[in-house]
Design a binder for this molecule. Structure first.
Ligand code: EPZ
Length: 418
């Protein structure tokens, strides 16, 4: 298992291009199963979750190959509707395949999905939605078994705006008979990206981002060449790193609109921010000022995937902050690791009460999940002295070339295989 060795205290300067969004690419790869025509997804980040999704497509009988930075998928030879536990357990997005596989084969057998250990992560909303489209579902020894005569459009009201459930239902509905309306749908930018991808295949989907997604079923889908949107969470991680270390950084290839809630908080922290077209400029030249309260919410609220990184920033602010995690039950596993660095944080129920300290000090910490691991890295970059972050395989799931990009901005970080 690799680790990072990081020497803290260096300002960040320069320009970095943001990767294509992990949480767009994953449902889009699942959607490629819906068509027999070739699909090319451009500039896909080389991360573990994508590699595992490519393996899952292979297991279904699809041909999915890397061509440089792109992935070309040919699902015309797909002939298997089962995803074994070993593969399904590798990532949360395996569950998205339920919708695609049922739409293609009228059957699906998928082991319960894996993903970051940040909470219960049930799939009840996925299954309720699929049942509304006519799918019969049984669950036995860790597998979800689905079958249906045909998929029929229907109205679905989600109890909560689940990203995955919205996406799964879209995938099942796009070739159903009739129209499906998903109410209380998630509004994340990745939902709109999936809508645009499905429409590029010849689907008829509209309303993504509005909270109500309308899918008019079509008989057949074609192929396409598609560039998904930029990764707003990777971008937010670099912005928070700059706010913590001080510096003058330009992000390229990003949509500032998708980061409004973070930009608003970073301005409260005292950072100077400017956005122009697909660029964000951030300058931070003094100790950040504490933001009183940060509450994670479904989009367009503050993203839960930036909660850990933002809490790390709060640790070195002048003043106190309260960070509340409203989406996942156990998304503070990184807090004891930050305490090893001298952070003053108390977690009560779903809130972290942070008292800002002047400086964190280097320590050896352990990553427990993807975004918590990223938080430990940015904390180490801002700390005094040397740190080690262990078990960075969690970080490799979602950040491509993380140490290279941070080093290009001036961070002193290197990967060591152990
Ligand atoms: C997606 O996960 C993202 N993953 C997560 O990013 C992200 O944190 C999350 O959306 C919220 O934005 C991918 O897109 C691959 P949800 P997902 O369904 O779909 C409850 C990262 O770091 N819920 O929107 O699993 C659930 O318990 C990852 O990149 C149900 O109750 O999230 C949670 O409280 C981590 N029943 C809330 O909804 C269900 O059937 C939000 O979950 C489904 C979800």
């Amino acid at each position: 298992m690799d680790k990072y060795i990081i020497s803290g205290g260096r300002r960040l300067e320069g320009r970095v291009r943001v990767q294509t969004a992990k949480n767009s690419v994953l449902p889009i790869l699942a959607a490629a199963v819906l068509t027999d025509e070739p699909v090319t997804v451009l500039n896909v980040p080389d991360i573990t979750d994508v590699r595992n999704m490519v393996k899952i497509l292979g297991c279904l009988g699809c041909k999915a190959v890397y061509c440089g930075n792109d992935i070309v998928i040919d699902s015309s030879s797909a002939d298997n509707c089962e995803i074994p536990r070993a593969l399904a357990h590798e990532l949360r997005s395996s569950v998205f395949l339920l919708g695609s596989v049922i739409s293609r084969f009228r059957r699906a057998k998928i082991a319960y999905p894996g993903g970051c250990d940040i909470g219960l992560r049930p799939v009840d909303l996925h299954l309720t939605g699929l049942k509304r489209l006519g799918v019969k579902i049984t669950e036995s020894n860790g597998y979800i078994n689905c079958e249906c005569e045909k998929l029929t459009g229907n109205e679905i009201m989600l109890d909560c705006p689940s990203v995955g459930a919205t996406e799964n239902i879209m995938l099942a509905a796009v070739r159903a008979e009739g129209t499906t309306v998903i109410k209380n749908a998630a509004r994340e930018p990745e939902i709109e990206d999936l809508q645009n991808f499905l429409n590029a295949l010849g689907g008829r989907v509209r309303g993504a981002g509005s909270g109500s997604v309308v899918v008019e079923g079509v008989k057949k889908l074609g192929g396409c060449i598609y560039q998904p949107i930029a990764d707003r969470i990777e971008a937010g991680t670099f912005l928070i790193a700059t706010a913590m270390c001080g510096g003058d950084v330009e992000l390229n290839g990003v949509n500032p609109e998708n980061l409004s809630s973070l930009l608003h908080k970073l301005r409260e922290n005292g950072c100077k921010l400017r956005a122009k077209n697909d660029k964000i400029f951030i300058r931070s030249d003094r100790r950040p000022v504490a933001v009183k309260s940060i509450e994670t919410q479904p989009y367009p609220g503050f993203p839960t995937d930036l909660q850990a990184q933002m809490t790390a920033l709060c640790c070195i602010c002048s003043g106190n902050s309260i960070v509340t995690e409203n989406l996942f039950e156990t998304r503070f596993k990184y807090v004891p690791e930050l305490r090893k660095m001298g952070a003053d944080i108390t977690v009560i129920d779903r809130s972290a009460f942070v008292r800002g300290v002047e400086k964190l000090k280097g320590a050896t910490t352990v990553a427990h999940d993807l975004r918590g691991g990223a938080a430990l890295v940015v904390a180490a970059m801002a700390a005094e002295g040397e740190s080690e972050v262990l078990d960075i395989s969690h970080i490799d799931r979602g950040y491509a070339r993380f140490e290279h990009k941070l080093s290009s901005l001036g961070a002193r970080i290197r990967r060591v295989g152990i």
